[in-house]
Write a protein that binds this ligand. Structure first.
Ligand SMILES: Nc1ncnc2c1ncn2[C@@H]1O[C@H](COP(=O)(O)OP(=O)(O)OP(=O)(O)O)[C@@H](O)[C@H]1O
Length: 632
């Protein structure tokens, strides 16, 4: 028995320690959260100022002015009512001049409030629009500092970026709304406090303190809902993906052909239901806690109201003071409710801004060693791939033990089966990634130490997954070298080399023809788009020392392919070139052929040498020869 008492005492002590610990945790968390939000807000305000100083000044002045109006008009009301009471009791001692001046003041206050409203709204909307644009510009500028593409392949990073971009038009507006509302409410509450300081200063203080737990806990729960469920849950990401499949043109053909709409809608609904279950639990918890704490907050108000009535019954208050107290109580209660609403709005947008500032501080995974070295031009000894190993950020190994030298002026063809690592090698040469081990040397200089922007100017690449810009034909070509944007001669030359000039000349708007469905432009065939992408690479031939075509002819007909390769052969004369292709008939124009297999370099030689060797290349060649009944 004594043992169980000891045990109970010990348990009680443990419980006490735990309770103290929990309370400490709650307080630490509260302080931490408040600190966090204050930091985010302190960083957001200069952003407003930087975005639009004129609108910000107008808004701040008007908020300050308008928020004092309730307290001023209540004070005037009190004076008017007391003045009128006195005039009714003893007309001889009435001061009608003061009453008239007060009425004029009151009317002026109402006029100020009404006249300022349209100006306030217009400044608010202008500021919100400018803020949205500024945040988007900052996101684009920041994204440009990620010189590699690793971050864009990291789902967490990409997801946050997408969310920032999607919410950039809504959240800054809420941030502004939240900040201004809370500023206005606090000014109103403080002015009420000042107003009541002679009669009952403790009323606003009591009501404010009574509502703080409710505000804080709603705030905290909303943060949980927002953070865990709206933004970051896998269900939300899946929902976005499923709706994208059905609502964007990327998937439109297969969705119709395979009748996939119901399938993706079901997936969407399942993800939503999963998410909704979690949200409704949290919302229920939020409603319960808010109700309990709402009772506390309302009790503060009820107590104050009873006090006013008792004081009035005891004859301790003038008619004006009763009016002042009752009006103040109504205002305070209304503002406290608004405070709760606004703090929720502000809390969401603060989380958005927190995410935005975190994104702005993200360090690129690849850096350029400074001071960077000049890119050797023209190439003397060539490009050395020294024992390259590469695994993608997800751990998938794509290349191993790759060593070879690309001599200046040499054209090499990279061949190999799907997934052999050909495009990966091109990506490493463009320094979209750094090798996991091993190095690439350009005339003896490590690629990592070269000026990366300059290096990329030296390379003209047509990627397998080239881009189709919703711009004009001329702009689509000139993106390869923006200095050629208005140079029709250069545009024509590049399009002749890529076998697209004949098509452009047939169009009534020629090089000014807008392309792409987004802005009602003309649509081209897959092969024509590909030729434009090739023209884009060809237009930078004057500057680029290295030409790379990564599977450039997949969508081309045999005649175009033959002509483009002829053009390529002429174009790359004297330049260093890499040609990645599955069409082995084309690789014969290369000086050397490199055969990749499962990430390894398995054969190197000329077409004839490799056929004689009768290895991997010969197998691939014979398979294609059989298929196309080629004779050689
Ligand atoms: N972004 C990526 N993240 C992870 N793995 C990747 C990525 N890109 C390619 N891989 C993997 O790396 C390997 C090599 O791919 P790569 O695109 O270099 O092959 P390839 O020889 O160009 O193929 P293809 O002839 O089909 O274009 C493949 O196994 C592929 O799955």
């Amino acid at each position: 028995m004594s043992q169980s008492i000891e045990q109970t005492t010990a348990n009680l002590e443990i419980n006490n320690v735990q309770n103290n610990h929990n309370q400490q945790n709650l307080i630490t968390e509260f302080v931490k959260n408040i600190k966090n939000y204050s930091i985010v807000l302190a960083r957001s305000l200069p952003l407003l100022w930087e975005t639009a100083p004129k609108e910000t000044s107008i808004i701040i002045i008007l908020v300050l002015l308008r928020s004092c109006i309730p307290a001023i008009s209540i004070a005037i009301n009190k004076q008017i009512v007391d003045g009128i009471s006195l005039a009714l009791k003893s007309p001889e001692s009435a001061n009608f001049r003061t009453i008239i001046s007060l009425v004029v003041f009151w009317v002026t206050a109402i006029f100020i409030e009404n006249i300022s409203t349209p100006w306030y709204n217009s400044a608010f909307i202008n500021l919100a629009d400018k803020l949205t644009a500024n945040i988007n510009i900052k996101l684009m500028e920041k994204a440009d500092t990620f010189i590699d593409i690793t971050n864009f392949e990291n789902s967490k990073f990409y997801d946050e970026l997408e969310l920032l971009q999607n919410r950039a038009s809504a959240e800054p507006l809420s941030l502004l709304q939240g900040i201004l509302e809370i500023l206005a409410i606090l000014i109103t509450l403080v002015s009420m406090l000042i107003l009541l300081s002679t009669t009952a200063w403790w009323i606003p203080a009591l009501i404010l303190v009574a509502c703080l737990p409710q505000t804080y806990l709603s705030f905290k729960l909303e943060s949980e809902i927002w953070n865990k469920i709206f933004y970051k849950s896998p269900q939300s990401r899946r929902m976005r993906y499923y709706s994208n499949v059905l609502l964007t043109d990327t998937f439109v053909k297969e969705v119709r052909l395979f009748d996939l709409s119901a399938f993706f809608r079901q997936r969407y609904v399942a993800a939503f239901e999963d998410k909704y279950q979690m949200i409704s639990q949290l919302r229920g918890k939020q409603a319960f806690i808010t109700t309990i704490l709402g009772i506390l907050s309302a009790s503060g108000n009820a107590f104050s109201f009873c006090w006013v009535v008792l004081q009035a019954l005891a004859g301790k208050l003038t008619a004006g003071s009763i009016l002042l107290l009752i009006q103040s109580l109504a205002y305070i209660q209304e503002n406290i409710n608004r405070l709760l609403q606004s703090s929720l709005i502000l809390q969401r947008s603060t989380l958005f801004m927190e995410m935005f500032f975190r994104f702005m501080e993200t360090q690129p995974s690849m850096t350029v060693s400074l001071p960077s070295k000049n890119v050797p031009k023209p190439l003397q000894s060539g490009i050395v791939f020294d024992n390259l190993e590469f695994a993608y950020p997800d751990g998938r190994k794509a290349l191993s033990g790759i060593s070879f030298t690309l001599h200046p002026g040499e054209t090499v063809a990279l061949v190999g089966e799907n997934g052999a690592g050909k495009s990966t090698l091109v990506k490493l040469l463009a320094r979209f990634y750094d090798p996991t081990s091993g190095n690439i040397y350009i005339d003896g200089e490590n690629l990592k130490e070269l000026d990366l922007k300059e290096w990329r100017k030296q390379i003209a690449v047509v990627f397998q997954d080239f881009c189709r810009y919703a711009l004009t034909i001329g702009e689509n070509i000139a993106l390869g070298d923006t200095s050629a944007m208005d140079d029709l001669e250069r545009l024509k030359l590049a399009s002749e080399k890529s076998e697209i000039a004949y098509k452009i000349e047939k169009l009534s708007q020629g090089y000014s023809t807008p392309l792409g469905k987004q802005f009602d432009g003309t649509e081209l065939s897959g092969g024509e788009w590909q030729k434009l992408a090739i023209a884009r690479a060809f237009i930078r031939e004057d500057d680029a020392q290295i030409m790379i075509l990564d599977e450039p002819t997949a969508a081309l007909d045999p005649r175009s392919e033959y002509e483009i390769f002829n053009s390529f052969a002429q174009l790359v004369r004297g330049k260093t070139a890499i040609l990645v292709t599955h069409r082995l008939a084309s690789v014969r124009l290369a000086d050397r052929i490199l055969v990749l297999k499962a990430g390894k370099l398995v054969e190197v030689g000329t077409h004839e040498e490799l056929l004689q060797k009768n290895g991997e290349y010969a197998t691939l060649w014979n398979m294609q020869a059989e298929q196309y009944q080629m004779s050689y």
